[in-house]
Design a protein around this ligand. Structure first.
Ligand code: ATP
Length: 402
């Protein structure tokens, strides 16, 4: 079995060095949340497969060639002669604010269909399926493909990891919540920013019952496993947590109002209103203490059957919750040069350690390490460490590795 299968849209990424309207030179690369994770895992030595569609164009060749060069399997990728590869422009506007401009509507990646993904997944069912909440926002066919692969994962015993990755430019919070709530019963490892948790919780009037994740053939029974991944699942579900798990140990302030710092938010006039109004918070979970609110929301998700809930807290680090308790891991101090891609790098580190059989502390440790590499390096994925480089982070300033 491959270690990880993931799919989504990967675009050509152009990165400038100042205000876009002034022109100048741009760096050409590729970007996509799922392929960022795939590259991070491949650098760490894992067998990872990416599927998705690119246009029959030179931009699509750049995407596939880059992924191949990074050791990511792309035999499940397809080309779409009827649509171009998507494009995004990064515009660093202030040291702390990057604007992102997308040209992806109608792109090849957004038109991906369930049949292609089914073939790619079924050719070699993986130990872990990794999905993001970006894919279902792209098109009804992409959403159906993701729903189908969730069902296939259950049937083949693949562990399911979902990074919420809410993108306010692509859909409203209400539309995202409708899909994510349907998916939650299929998820083993949920990774989210603190402000994204409410999107996954049952809203008022929502029974929270399990049905089909969409696009597939009918509903499934209670979450289970066919056995192939018992080891992973048992750990993911909170077994063997060890003494490091302290109940309620959320050390960060866990502020719930981080929408404004999302890079793509900055491109929208008025910013704050862009996510379609207030996130639908279940009323009983609103408290005056953000950290307690996050912990309560994570526990509600565990009650829904999620094995572990991992909350990314930016420069504060991350906290993981399971039925065994919670564990907070502070971020690794680094000089931040480019925060874009930190979340994807974090996921790569987390899954890498999980695949290696590490416990919660080891998973969080590797995740904050790979997250720190991402913020300390320009680009979405370029700074991702190899296994041998993981230890570099604590080196004193001025260290020369000869
Ligand atoms: P993005 O969407 O830009 O990829 P995100 O919002 O999904 O990011 P963050 O919470 O910003 O994810 O970052 C993920 C992880 O990266 C954090 O949990 C932390 O471990 C690490 N990280 C983020 N910012 C910093 C920082 N300034 N210094 C060190 N580590 C950081």
């Amino acid at each position: 079995r491959p270690d990880v299968f993931t799919f989504g849209e990967t675009m050509v990424a152009l990165r400038g060095s100042g205000p876009l309207k002034l022109g100048g030179t741009m760096n050409v690369s590729i970007a996509g949340a799922e392929s960022n994770v795939a590259i991070g895992l491949a650098r760490l030595g894992h067998d990872v497969r990416w599927a998705g569609a690119v246009g029959e164009d030179e931009a699509g060749q750049l995407v596939l060639r880059t992924l191949r060069a990074e050791g990511v399997g792309v035999s499940g990728a397809s080309t779409d002669p009827g649509a171009p590869t998507g494009l995004l422009l990064f515009e660093p506007r202030l040291p702390e604010v990057t604007r992102v401009h997308y040209y992806r509507a109608g792109s090849a990646g957004s038109r991906i269909g369930a049949d292609v993904i089914q073939r790619a997944f079924s050719a070699a069912p993986p130990r872990v399926l990794h999905l993001t909440g970006i894919t279902p926002s792209l098109s009804p066919t992409a959403r159906a493909a993701a729903g189908l692969v969730l069902q296939l994962s259950r049937e083949s015993g693949s562990l399911v990891c979902l990074d919420v990755n809410f993108r306010a430019r692509l859909w409203t919070a209400e539309a995202a919540a409708e899909v994510l709530r349907e998916w939650i019963p299929f998820v083993d490892v949920l990774i989210a920013s603190d402000d994204e948790l409410p999107l996954c919780l049952p809203g008022s009037g929502d029974g929270g019952g399990e049905g089909s994740p969409g696009g597939g053939e009918g509903s499934q029974g209670a979450k289970g496993t066919t056995g192939a991944n018992e080891g992973l699942r048992a750990e993911g579900a909170g077994a063997g947590m060890g003494a490091e798990w302290a109940d309620g140990g959320l050390g960060a302030d866990g502020g719930l109002a981080r929408w404004a710092s999302e890079p793509e938010e900055a491109t929208v006039a008025g910013g704050a209103g862009a996510c379609g109004g207030a996130i639908p918070l279940p009323p009983q979970e609103v408290t005056g203490d953000p950290a307690a609110t996050v912990a309560a929301q994570a526990r509600l998700l565990l009650d829904q059957g999620v094995g572990e809930v991992v909350v990314k807290l930016g420069a504060e680090g991350a906290t993981a919750f399971t039925h065994g308790g919670s564990l907070h891991q502070p971020a690794k101090p680094v000089r931040a040069v480019d925060a874009v891609g930190a979340g994807d790098a974090f996921v790569a580190g987390y899954l890498s350690a999980l695949l290696d059989g590490e416990g919660p502390a080891g998973r969080l440790e590797r995740a904050v390490t790979t997250g720190a590499f991402a913020v300390a390096s320009p680009g979405d994925w370029e700074g991702a460490p190899t296994r041998a480089e993981l230890g570099m982070l604590g080196a004193p300033p001025g260290t020369v590795v000869r």
